[in-house]
Design a protein around this ligand. Structure first.
Ligand SMILES: Nc1ncnc2c1ncn2[C@@H]1O[C@H](COP(=O)(O)OP(=O)(O)OP(=O)(O)O)[C@@H](O)[C@H]1O
Ligand SMILES: O=C(O)[C@H](O)COP(=O)(O)O
Length: 407
């Protein structure tokens, strides 16, 4: 059982709030999209309105990556979104950070620096070991409670996610609560249940497919995007050099064997594209499987209209549709059709659940609306959709309780 903000005595309490505001960053270092910040406004504004002293913890990017930047722009944007000053301090758990946290008054909010500026926060630990890290040891003395609203990072067992709730009373924020409500009860969603796996994270998608087919959670798995291309090659289709080279360059060549094993075991429940779209003379050109391989340099960038018809027929009977990853290279206008129409068809079903950061941004860009639930999580949602526990959620379940006010 996880405690929520309803169980937290907030007034005058100093709360460390872990959010996931990991966002796309423009070349000039500014935020390219604030969707993940907006998602946490309910939790943060509730905590400040109830008189909490709020210290925000978050990561941004990965060490060495282009988006590995400070959280100053995030603090500025949060100020605007919350309609009150939100301070930023360029420290996470040092004296400067502790002082900033100690100086908070009731209703104040400060954003601490990118947790991943410290190497321990990019490692995975068991909760007890994570509790011994510098970040947790440095912050514990100045915090009374911990709120985890970072559902999108809940599949990581990093110190700010599993260490803090080992030493502090832990609560789910409003984003975490609503994600767990919907995604935590996937087995209870109505059947038939169809999983649509697209996008480019082939190993993750194959893991999900194995898991949901093995557990009987999926009546059908529809493949699209790079995932669909890998399944086509596994099925003996010659997709041509451009698509094969792409898969090889991504390090996904071994996934073809895994996809073939999956087809051997559960082929009757896995649907493969019947045609693909390539770029020819600068335009979208569709090719049936029998017309493959495509011309030199032509890569399969989207599913074609026969596939859409076929998949839409399967979706017609679905009571629950779970989607992750775009059906094609939606960033290019020529290859948006698959994603727009397939995801659009899913919104017609009684229950439609979408996971994935790129997927959510594709849907916003394409104006596809009407899902039962759009998750803030990519990898975390995927893991949850296989009914697997998330380490940060387990850590919250095991967190100590908040002592009574007069203890
Ligand atoms: N046929 C294709 N060939 C190449 N790239 C493709 C193809 N289909 C989809 N993609 C790419 O897949 C990417 C999105 O895949 P990804 O698996 O990262 O999505 P996501 O799960 O929503 O994101 P995340 O897990 O990062 O939140 C897009 O950039 C899109 O261009
Ligand atoms: O964007 C995400 O999926 C989360 O913020 C987790 O980021 P990570 O994959 O870099 O751990």
């Amino acid at each position: 059982m996880i405690a929520t903000l309803d169980d937290l005595d907030v007034e005058g309490t100093t709360v460390g709030v872990r959010v996931d505001v990991n966002s796309p960053i423009d070349d000039d270092g500014t935020l390219a999209d604030d969707a993940r910040l907006r998602a946490h406004v309910d939790t943060l504004s509730e905590l400040v309105a109830r008189g909490g002293r709020v210290a925000v913890l978050a990561h941004q990017g990965r060490p060495g990556g282009d988006e590995f930047v400070t959280l100053e722009p995030h603090a500025d944007r949060l100020s605007e979104l919350l309609g009150q000053p939100v301070d930023y301090v360029d420290a996470t758990f040092t004296d400067a950070a502790r002082e900033a946290v100690r100086n908070l008054d009731d209703g104040d909010c400060v954003v601490l620096e990118n947790t991943r500026f410290y190497s321990e926060e990019y490692m995975e630990f068991e909760p007890e070991r994570a509790a011994q890290t510098h970040l947790v040891q440095g912050l514990e003395p100045v915090l009374d409670a911990y709120v985890n609203d970072a559902f999108a990072a809940a599949h990581r067992s990093q110190p700010s996610l599993v260490g803090l709730p080992t030493v502090l009373p832990g609560y789910a924020g409003r984003v975490m609560e609503s994600e767990l409500d919907v995604l935590g009860s996937i087995e209870e969603t109505p059947e038939p249940r169809v999983y649509v796996l697209g996008g480019a994270k082939v190993p993750d998608s194959i893991d999900v497919a194995w898991s949901v087919l093995e557990k009987g959670l999926a009546d059908h798995v529809l493949t699209a995007g790079v995932v669909g291309n890998v399944f086509l090659i596994a099925d003996g289709v010659d997709l041509g050099d451009a698509s094969s080279d792409f898969i090889y360059d991504q390090g996904y060549w071994d996934e073809i064997d895994r996809a073939a094993d999956l087809l051997d075991a559960y082929g009757d429940r896995i649907a493969l594209p019947r045609d693909v779209a390539v770029a020819r003379d600068g335009e979208r050109h569709e090719l049936g499987i029998n017309a493959l391989p495509p011309g030199d340099g032509e890569a399969a960038m989207d599913i074609g209209s026969s596939t859409l018809e076929y998949y839409q027929r399967i979706l017609t009977d679905a009571e629950t549709v779970i989607l992750n990853g775009p059906a094609g290279v939606f960033e290019d206008e020529c290859f948006q059709t698959g994603t727009r129409q397939l995801f659009g068809a899913a919104t017609e079903r009684p229950m439609s659940i979408v996971g994935g950061g790129d997927t959510a941004s594709a849907l916003r860009q394409l104006g596809v609306e009407g899902f039962s639930h759009v998750s803030t999580g990519g990898g975390a949602a995927l893991r949850m959709l296989t009914a697997e526990p998330l380490p940060a959620v387990t850590a919250l379940e095991n967190a100590p309780e908040q002592p009574a006010a007069d203890d």
